[in-house]
Design a binder for this molecule. Sequence first.
Ligand code: KIV
Length: 254
Amino acid sequence: MKTIHDIKSMKSKRKIVMLTAYDFPMAKLMDGIVDVILIGDSMGMVVLGYENTTKVTIQDIARASGSVARACKNALIVGDLPFGAYDNEEDALKNAKILLEAGAHAVKVENKPEIIRFLVDKGIEVMGHIGLTPQTITNFKVQGKNEEDAKNLLELAKECDKAGCFSIVLECVPESLGKKITESISCPTIGIGAGIHCDGQVLVTHDILGLFEMFKPKFVKRYAEIGKDMKKAFEAYAREVREGKFPSDEFSFH
Ligand code: KIV
């Protein structure tokens, strides 16, 4: 099983590979291949069909974390604290414990270095998330493009690092800022649309598989078109049932 120490010690040595999973079969397929599995609140959009991530509940993430944990023998499992789950210290602690009890090894927090420090002081491992942070942002564009925004993001990264994060997701920032932040903090950075210089990379699994077709951000590379293959299978099944060809002898009991 990958440990927090393993992930931290990969900084500047070996790229960290992270993907999202929300259920048992997906996690089983990727365990042993990726280093970290994130039960992201992206599940709100790619699984639950919401317009954004803000309706995802702690119970949604906890249920999915349990499914992922039951599938994994190797990956480090990180559960996302969803919108509204860490507005204050009491909620943050209560909800982080729910995810850990469900099977996650660590939790992810968007921004909020003070909450990160509080959780770390309570012995909870925290992954930070800065840049384009979908729970609170309204401007879904590349972040930190002008000098002042870039400076603020660098400061925030340093604060999260000092607060004790074991890694920080950097979402949708220019490659040069990804590099600067990566070189300026002690914990590993895991980029999503943050360029090649980050210590690791994460993408949403449904995006790389072509399972979520509503939109595709520029930083997503499609490694497969599973959605199209699934549709072909559904069509073939429907045709054979309608034509009375399935179930044939091979699939029947006598
Ligand atoms: O919710 C999620 O999947 C995430 C990743 C995109 C980092 O936060």
